[in-house]
Design a binder for this molecule. Sequence first.
Ligand code: ATP
Ligand code: MG
Length: 383
Amino acid sequence: MWVSHLSLSNFRNYKNAEIDLNPGFNLFLGANGQGKTNAIEAIAYFTNLSSHRVSQDQALIRTDCESAIVRMRVQRSERETLLEFQLNKALKNRAQINKSPAKPRQLTENFSTVVFAPEDLQIVRGEPSVRRKFLDQTQTLRNPHFSALISEYEKVVKQRNALLKTAKIQRSQGFEKPESIVTTLEIWDARLVELGVKIWRARIQLLHALKPFFENAYQQLTNSDHQLSAELITNDISNFVELSDVEIQERFWDALNANRASDFARAQTSIGPHRDDLELSLNALPVKGYASHGETWSFVLAMRLAVAELLKKESTAGDPVLILDDVFAELDKSRRDKLFCAAQDFEQTIVTAAVADDVPKNINWHVVHIQKGEVIPGEVTNV
Ligand SMILES: Nc1ncnc2c1ncn2[C@@H]1O[C@H](COP(=O)(O)OP(=O)(O)OP(=O)(O)O)[C@@H](O)[C@H]1O
Ligand SMILES: [Mg+2]
């Protein structure tokens, strides 16, 4: 799939902008702070209805405005679809597909992107929650029902923790654990195990599916035979990647039972997919703390490229749009060229750069010059 036109109205620093795009390679070119990332953020928003930079929609609405509107014309095979979302400060957000009202979620069924941005270094350097989010957002792109499973599971963890807290308060007031609390806890435990095993299975399968693409992308980018690994780890259940669902279920129950007293003491659920981490290593050493800056950058870029290749292979709706924001700063010429070689596989790639000298010259670029939240008229040229 590819985006043929983007309209922005009161989105970030754009008042009104109309941007034409081509299939193949597109370049958003402009000095720092002009609105390049803002424009790709608008496109990427259609993928999972959230910004890749901020968790609150509020920041996306132009200062002093009540709402922002983003429209996009998307080409899939021979079909053209008009997608629109309206972000409102005071009211609920609204969506339209081909000018008819739609549920915002339906936008995501019609479009997908894979974005690589400097923030992605947090996948290596940040907290485990960043790595869980990477896994879960990727799995949701493969199977939109997965996000409902995650939300349901998170609700169960919250309710179980609330119950443990109630028990803790009652204990501090001199009451013994009442029977009703023990019975309710058993219900939450059963639900935790049921949903947790499904999440683990999906995460394990996702990593398995990504592995060959990940290794291939890293090899393609770096021309090296480094050993890569991205392995799911969880508290108190060792080697669980190799277990069957029934075995995982049994170990989950064992771990819950073994930790019940401390869960009561801390009013926290200490076992489950909400505590997972992804162990990332290069040549058997953790990427965090050992890999060089350039290696880390290539590692994360290879993870994103692997996601794009996997979606391309599995999707019937066409390739995801590949978006590369500020990717050049850390890559030497050889890696830049190799990245563009890999990107040629996709129907559309959108790249941002502050100077034209940063991007390879031997590519037929469709260039959009951006300045102070405006597209400079008549300046759509090749580099
Ligand atoms: N809600 C908003 N309303 C108005 N302006 C905003 C809003 N959010 C961000 N901006 C402005 O947008 C500009 C940043 O745009 P953007 O991040 O797209 O820059 P960029 O062209 O990608 O720059 P760089 O090359 O440094 O990455 C900043 O000047 C910021 O103040
Ligand atoms: Mg930027």
